[in-house]
Design a protein around this ligand. Sequence first.
Ligand code: SF4
Length: 323
Amino acid sequence: MGNILEVNHLKKYFKTNRGVLHAVDDITFTIERGKTLGIVGESGCGKSTTGRCVMRLIEPTGGEILFEGRDLMKLSKREMRAKRNDIQIIFQDPFSSLDPRCTVMQTIAEGVKVTGKYRTKKEVEMRVIELMRIAGLAERLINAYPHELDGGRRQRIGIARALAVEPKLIICDEPVSALDVSIQAQILNLLRELQEELGLTYVFITHDLAVVNHISDEIMVMYLGQTVEKAPAEELFTNPIHPYTKALLSAIPIPKVGAKKERVLLRGEVSSPINPGDECRFAKRCPHARAECRTSCPQLQEKSPGHFAACHLFGSENKTTSL
Ligand code: SF4
């Protein structure tokens, strides 16, 4: 199907009183049309900043963002605004991302009108009702306000609003983190069904590897602004390489009574992303850190086809390959 998105050497730095914060530090990835890339990592690893940079909601410091072959970094602000109809975002907190003064109808209709396809009031209303049905919202809620709805329904409004402009790529930024577990499953199923039905491509950002496994074709693990591992979802879960990925996986509970697995507890302080040195950024917490890790930052290397990791433990046995 070809790649819909290619991100090359993306960087986002912020100046602070204490120095330069490397929020996103030279990351490269591609996504095939109709597929899902999961981006996972702890709070502050740069995953949400990456999503916002792709949409240019915040301006990247450097790099290249090719969407359908066109470099978004070279678009004017006006051109970029138009391009955002093709790239939409669903936020973590559906309540704060919705205007409390707007009904469901008004919220979704805004996007419907942007397409220019629905001219009369009746046509817009019919399209809003169709989008509500697609997102699993009952028609009777059309005049409801966000505060009258529960978290799951609010997130369905967020999804319907994103779909209203008929996007090709949706950045889902922790879309189920604020929801109860049963509602999380419903929203994940809905996103999967919509992907099949509409051929959507997703960037799915989350701190929870268990969640990302259900929806991703590929998973990229980030730590302090860098990619530390990237692989097809099944491969990452069955053959993790990086000590950080292994620690994240060990924290996922096994859904079986009495089943146990060894939890990797990460001790030590988190390195500062401000003026980072040449060491591995995970070295202070890594149970396998050795002298080399404190003097040089490992580069991503390909362990097996499509499976990349940045760790000195594997550096000597694999060749360097760009993503
Ligand atoms: Fe741990 Fe060293 Fe690998 Fe970093 S490079 S993850 S410190 S073993």
